[in-house]
Design a protein around this ligand. Structure first.
Ligand code: PLP
Length: 220
């Protein structure tokens, strides 16, 4: 199947559910991105700051770039202002650095809070209780140059679909809770970025608003 055909297939699931499809192009050459672009795809996901900059410089300006990898504070300057949304806000220090960089650039950077929902110990992200504590302390009101637009999470890489579903449900419930507290009546706080090639249908059933698909779309 061509990239165009794969896109059409995936959109049959995402379009009725009103879910944004992010084409994860992090390991892909420009030609593959151009092929998806020609088929109408505009949202692409990259996980390394330098690669994001190089690709963005050579590709059409109306591409919406999503930064999905772990972001080190010393790389914030490369991503801030270029990424439409940074999915990987995973520590108070990083959020503070991002806010300060956005202030310097006189812009507002859209970003998500990455939550650790998987059992695997290696994944980045906030523990749910840490987010609750930061909310209660009013931390998120101290970042005027960030538009915090929701939560992102990655489920455990496993065949156990009940476990995957439970992990996505954790993210969904935490989102609902934060929407009722720290982000009460904040229409900008609206995204649940969850679901990858192996688990996106479960994620959509559990209320995902953005899926991040690499392998399924690009690997022939
Ligand atoms: C690589 C990556 C994806 C895409 O994973 P696939 O299994 O190839 O669809 C999604 N999200 C993040 C954060 C990634 O790093």
């Amino acid at each position: 199947m061509t990239i165009r055909e794969r896109l059409k297939d995936i959109r049959q699931t995402t379009s009725p559910a009103n879910v944004t499809l992010i084409a994860v192009s992090k390991t892909q050459p420009l030609a593959a991105i151009r092929e998806a672009y020609a088929a109408g795809q505009r949202a692409f996901g990259e996980s390394r700051p330098q690669a994001l900059r190089e690709k963005a410089a050579q590709l059409p300006a109306d591409i919406e770039w999503h930064f999905i990898g772990h972001l080190q504070s010393n790389k914030v300057k490369l991503v801030c202002g270029l990424a439409h949304t940074i999915h990987s806000g995973d520590s108070p220090a990083l959020l503070r650095t991002l806010n300060d960089e956005a202030q310097r650039r006189q812009c507002v950077q859209r970003c998500l809070l990455q939550v650790r929902i998987a059992q695997e110990p290696t994944k980045f992200g906030f523990m749910p209780d840490h987010l609750r504590q930061l909310s209660a302390e009013g931390f998120f009101t101290t970042l005027p140059h960030l538009q915090i637009a929701g939560l992102m999470g990655m489920a455990t890489l496993t065949d156990n679909t009940a476990q995957i579903r439970a992990e996505f449900r954790t993210l969904r419930q935490l989102f609902a809770e934060m929407k009722q507290t720290a982000f009460l009546d904040n229409p900008a706080f609206c995204e649940r970025s969850m679901g990858m090639s192996g688990d996106y249908t479960i994620a959509i059933e559990e209320g995902s608003t953005m899926i991040r698909i690499g392998t399924l779309l690009f690997t022939h």
